[in-house]
Design a binder for this molecule. Structure first.
Ligand code: SAM
Length: 390
């Protein structure tokens, strides 16, 4: 990722950096760490750069949390900063290349896209943890009238399937490289015909990490249209019984069980278990009800919040753990006399959000971008508001 290493930046340049270049809108000094930050505004984007001291040199580098989508912007800013501040570059990796972003494809969707996405097909199917994508590609070809959304947490698998989609010219697949446990929340109610969960990781020693959970089954039934089906296939007897307990507790669902059926497409995993003559369970959960519409109108504003003297000492240094979510004010930076920048981790334990929050005397806001609109993030946000309330 882009960085430049330069001869040490003088104290006088650093102290007045926001006056020496239009790119820097603020400098943030750490109260509990060693990395300094620069707030950048360039071509309508705002993001942070970090300054680190490394072997007698200063390194200016991108910040992971606020990284803009176009990496070339960071490179341009680093080059312009060096010019404006007359920095002596010792080494860098900012030569512009015609690089293609690794997941650039029409079929690739980011989780945030779903906050305002238009669905171009009338019906859809979701496949959770598609692995090699054999079943996903098969379904998309078999049902061209349907949109197939595949969610896979493992980036190389997502990339491999994106390449297949391009090669085969398929127009009815979207790939989301995200955690399926949180994804269903983004979908409209009654929108899916199928949800496939084929051979999920059993997590027998850490059942809380399983894809299927009470909230997953609840969300599945919300997004399934009446008559739509969730299909679980597993070779794990423990997973099977665990899921059965959850499915039977759903009053609005019909559950049907089969064993060792012969599916039209067999995945790599399934083929292996079959060779070993293992039992394979298939459970179909059919939704019997039409669900209420769900609004994604989650509010991440900070009313009546702001900076008051001593706030930095009142924020808890350790993570605040609540039922189903947490909030951790990881790092605190000072910007001038009466503004803080907080680096915060929060939300779900398995897939936390990392965001900066700018805390000014008059107002607070998430710096650069707001969190993903999930209910755990909203709960965590409310907790953050309690601490920043004036
Ligand atoms: C055992 S493999 C099965 C792959 C495929 N469904 C099949 O039948 O061959 C489980 C897949 O689920 C993916 N996975 C695990 N946890 C996930 C999660 N929380 N969200 C999305 N994908 C997940 C893994 O990366 C892996 O590709």
């Amino acid at each position: 990722m882009p960085h430049i290493k330069v001869k040490p930046i003088s104290h006088s340049v650093w102290e007045s950096i926001d006056q020496l270049t239009e790119l820097v809108v603020f400098r943030a000094d750490p109260l509990n760490g060693t990395d300094y930050l620069l707030g950048i505004e360039y071509q309508g984007e705002e993001f942070l750069l970090q300054r680190k001291r490394e072997k007698e040199l200063d390194m200016l580098k991108y910040d992971k949390v606020t990284r803009p989508l176009k990496v070339s912007l960071i490179k341009e800013v680093l080059a312009l900063l060096a010019l404006d501040l007359k920095l002596e570059i010792v080494s860098s990796n900012i030569a512009q290349s015609r690089e293609k972003p690794p997941l650039a494809s029409q079929a690739f969707k980011k989780i945030k896209d779903f906050e305002s996405i238009a669905y171009p097909f009338e019906t859809m199917a979701v496949e959770v943890g598609f692995g090699s994508g054999r079943h996903l590609l098969y379904q998309a070809k078999k049902h061209p009238e349907r949109l197939h959304i595949g969610i896979e947490i493992h980036t190389p698998s997502a990339q491999q399937v994106l390449r297949q989609i391009e090669l085969q010219g398929l127009k009815n697949i979207w790939v989301v490289n995200y955690d399926a446990r949180l994804f269903l929340e983004m979908l409209p109610s009654n929108s899916c015909e199928k949800i496939f969960v084929h051979f999920p990781v059993p997590w027998d020693k850490k059942p809380h990490r399983r894809v299927i959970s009470p909230s997953f089954t609840e969300e599945s039934l919300r997004v399934l249209a009446r008559g739509g089906r969730l299909e679980l296939r597993t070779d794990s007897e423990k997973y099977f019984w665990y899921s059965m307990e959850l499915f039977f507790a759903l009053p609005q669902a019909e559950v049907c069980i089969e064993k060792n059926i012969d599916p039209t497409v067999t995945s790599k995993y399934e083929a292996r278990w079959k060779r070993q003559e293992k039992d394979i369970y298939e459970v179909q959960v059919t939704s019997r009800e039409h669900s209420e519409e769900k609004s994604l109108e989650i509010d991440f504003s900070f009313s009546d919040c702001g900076y008051r003297a001593g706030l930095e000492d009142r924020l808890p240094p350790k993570a605040i753990i609540e039922e189903g979510y947490f909030v951790h004010f990881e790092k605190i930076y000072r910007i001038g006399e009466s503004r803080l920048l907080l680096k915060c981790a929060f939300g779900s334990f398995d897939r936390p959000e990392h965001k900066y929050i700018s805390v000014d005397k008059e107002m607070c806001r998430y710096y650069a971008s707001t969190p993903v609109k999930t209910s755990v993030n909203q709960q965590a946000h409310q907790k953050i508001v309690e601490y920043l309330h004036v």
